[in-house]
Design a protein around this ligand. Sequence first.
Ligand code: ADP
Ligand code: MG
Length: 736
Amino acid sequence: MARRREAARGSMPLTELLEAKESKAMSSFGVKDLDTMLRFAPRRYTIPAPLRSLHEVQVGEEMSATVSVVGVTERSMRSRRGSILEVIVSDGIEDITLTFFLAKPHLVAWHRSRLSVGKSVVVRGTVGWNTYANKPQITHPDYEEYEDTPEGLAYAQRPLPVYPLKQNIAQRTMRAATEKGVDFAQYLARPVPAEVISARGLLPLPAAVAKVHLPRTAQDTRDGVAHLVFEEAFVLQAIFAQRRALDARTPAPALQAEGPLQGAFDERLPFELTSGQREIGGQITERVGRDHPTSVLLQGDVGSGKTVIALRAMLRAVDSGHQAALLAPTEVLAEQHYRTITDLLGELSGAGRLDAHADATRVRLLTGSQKTSARRETLLDVTSGQAGIVVGTHALLTESVEFASLALVVIDEQHRFGVDHRRRLRTKGPAGMSPHVVVMTATPIPRTAALATVGDLDVLTLRESPGMRAGVDSFVVPEKSPKWEQRMWARAGEEVTAGRQVFVVCARIDETDEAPAPVILDEDGQISETALEEARGVTATAERLAQRPELAGARLGILHGRLTTEEKQRTMDRVVAGEIDVLVATTVIEVGVDVSNASVMIVLDAERFGVSQLHQLRGRVGRGEHAGIAFLDTRTEPGTETFQRLEGIASAADGFALAELDLQVRGAGDLVGEEQSGLQRTLKHLDVIRDARVIEQAREDAFAVIAADPDLTAHPDLAGAIDNRLRDADPDVERS
Ligand code: ADP
Ligand code: MG
């Protein structure tokens, strides 16, 4: 484990630099050293505006203006001792009153001396309303005299940083702290090498942070922040570059055999591979043929045929004398993958059976809920190498499962797969080697977002889908409109009558749940914690639907995460066999459930689901020859932002359009795996949409630096920044 290298500079504790009050204020934001403080950027800046823009200022808003004093009056307070000092200030066109309530005569004298008629001041404060005079006023503003020269005016009009605040912390305290810090800016750690900084035309770090915290102009703030944005992108890309460099030094089994399983499989396939499948398949073949581990993100819309590609790569591993594993996020999906794979392989999967093909391998399913005897047999096959292909959940990696020679790991659905898993994988290969990894995702990530989030993976994209799919039309249904509701259920009923099947997805299991069902609280994070009222859960919804005249005679079933594995399996078997017409379920059916006869997907309380979740859900229907319909049923009102978001989803043609939409709605953090979202969450300055160009530049530079100095011996500040980033992103994890 790489101990954090203490950077020689920059890690200066704030307690040694600031007054107690100031370092305490900073530490309430977790800011404890100079390096962090000077990179803790203001949330925004106030820039003094002329008073004539006052009509644009709302009562209650903070404002500032350069003005001169035109009148001063003082009167005594009625109910208390002391005076009210009213100072009228003007910008030459408009005026406003500054009001001070002052108990002590010496305070009155002090303000009067600084606010005598003719003085130029910049005032800052919150606009209030004087109900007696019926006009705006500023009570107890901050003000500062300035010299009435062009330079003096420019200084008075400088932007002032506005830092985030917490209870009892004054803006003044935050400003004082950073202002002191800027004096020590030459001691900051500088992760970006000076050559890179100057080649990209950026300000050196000390000048940049001075402009961030003590700007003279609005341009200064942009120039200063530009450095911090670049630095953040650079450190992130350096992390990815280092991982790739590590991979390049790690041995992996080179999967180069050309047969016999692959050929026999291709002959068996009941369809032609699309040209996209052949092309991407070829790229994966080339990568797993190398003797260093490859990490590929295979993205393609739901039903685009990723699994077939992955399976061919797995057969290549078996042909090469090794094993391959397929990991699914849930047991239901693992079981389904197992069935799909054994179906596709047929006699090629029956090694040991009489009817098996001469070159057959053995496919094994390993789940936590298997009976001990079955499990022992499976483990034996895994350890002895009899099982060429092993399907399971992520538990395959967390348990002490010993593979004879694991050369390829395929992971279904990247968003549930974290750093922990990937690290464990490194140790699972044969003889100190690391297996190759292919991650499949149906939530494509736009290019620059991918660079910023999964920059250590090679992204391969399947753009076309095999023509078989009939596709899905989506509609948003306002639940408050009875006509729409009736139409929706009637449509579902018609499909049932025509022999098709319907999925109804609920946001939770039932209303007696103390907490929301765990299955719905995944990383999509769109589901609010507010309890759903009666009759919104799976159980109650199924009861309610049994009463709907539109669905009279339909056979209903329920499926959720709290059923036992056998119950779940039995239900899914009945759905596949066509014995259930309407399946009411939680999002357990989100990923991968493949029932080609299903034609209607109804999502209740659709606003509680994330964009990619809804896309996954609607991808469950229209998988076969029958066109699918998805209804996003919501109680939100047409015209609201939420309703419009749902309409956007309904009208987005494919996963790519949605990915863009998703990115705009939520930022990139949720699109990607735990680890990457950790790195994302800790991004302070970088915006993966806005800063696309910066990301590309930083990537080029960071990869060049790492290529020349993989261990960063000549770049201790960069090494330190990387360690800090990784620790912030994933505090519990020891890094190898
Ligand atoms: P994904 O994993 O991308 O969701 P799958 O690999 O599960 O997609 O494929 C979806 C369906 O399409 C499966 O039933 C699969 O057998 C079928 N399929 C895959 N490739 C083709 C193809 N080239 N032509 C026709 N059907 C295909
Ligand atoms: Mg699939």
